[in-house]
Design a protein around this ligand. Structure first.
Ligand code: COA
Length: 260
């Protein structure tokens, strides 16, 4: 696929996806959602990519929401398709068996906040602002905001954001657990890549199983989840990386993981 609205490159096992519509504050139009769907299926099948970083072009916005000029044309039928399509793409991000880190470099509003929520880790710049301002447009979040925000942070705080449409600063987002870390704009990408490199240096079978096991909390009771964790723990102990990681510790050296 020829991408019009996203950029993609791979550096040191990190796949970097940049939403690239800075003149529209990287708003997600239908084409951009299709391109995201495509790039995440490429990433899924690219064994060179261990970790994904997703960010926005320019200094002002990560993603300022779904494209309101397209939203404005929706009717009851097309709105359902719009929401289901976004949910499918964001679910593919959330269930990707490679860590996805959102480097939130400015406004993350509506679909932009929901995109960040679908990622596994969120790192923000000091000027980032988060919000679900859909009520200002007479709608509700349609790409998972009502579901993921209230699972990630205190549900009453999530409701306050969704019912008022008020924006939350990066500092407040850190305090309420909406983001993992905050850095200056100048440092954001460097620090995010450092985190990606740290994860890439581990045995990738372990990373994959850790993601799968934590994700299982969405569907499993604690008892089921513990059984699932035990089966993945058992499988990971069959890998070469397990032998290498434990041997390296005992031999007081750094492990040389082969990701097998
Ligand atoms: N959809 C479509 N276009 C958008 C957009 C969106 N979600 N967000 C911003 N843009 C466009 C603006 O229309 C403007 O385009 P133009 O230059 O062709 O007029 C351009 O991006 C710059 O935005 P502007 O509003 O001029 O910047 P600002 O600094 O004054 O305000 C925001 C920034 C983020 C506060 C403001 O753009 C905004 O409120 N955007 C909508 C946020 C929203 O409601 N998102 C949820 C959608 S479900």
């Amino acid at each position: 696929m020829n991408y019009q609205n996203i950029l993609f490159e791979i550096k040191n096992h990190t796949g970097i996806v940049t939403i690239n519509r800075p003149d529209k504050l990287n708003a997600l139009n239908g084409q951009t959602v299709l391109e995201l769907e495509d790039i995440f299926s490429v990433i899924k099948n690219n064994s060179e990519v261990f970790v994904v970083v997703i960010t926005g072009s320019g200094e002002k916005a990560f993603v300022a929401g779904a494209d309101i000029s397209e939203l404005n044309k929706l009717d009851v039928i097309s709105a359902k398709e719009f929401s289901e399509k976004g949910n499918k793409v964001f679910k593919a991000i959330e269930t990707l068996e490679k860590p996805v880190i959102a480097a939130v470099n400015g406004f993350a509003l509506g679909g932009g906040c929901e995109l960040a929520l679908a990622c596994h880790i969120r790192i923000a710049s000091e000027n980032a602002k988060f919000g679900q301002p859909e009520v200002n447009l007479g709608i509700i979040p349609g790409y998972g905001g009502t579901q993921r925000l209230s699972r990630l942070i205190n549900s009453s705080r999530a409701l306050e954001m969704i019912l008022t449409g008020d924006l939350v600063t990066a500092e407040e987002a850190l305090r309420i657990g909406l983001v993992n870390k905050v850095f200056s704009s100048a440092e954001l990408l460097t620090k995010t890549f450092e985190l990606a490199d740290k994860i890439s240096a581990k045995g990738q079978q372990a990373i994959r199983f850790a993601l799968k096991s934590v994700r299982a909390t969405d569907n499993f009771s604690l008892t089921e989840g513990l059984a699932y964790e035990a089966s993945l723990f058992s499988l990971v102990c069959g890998t070469e990386d397990f032998k290498e990681g434990t041997a390296a510790f005992l031999e007081k050296r750094k492990p040389n993981f082969k990701h097998r």
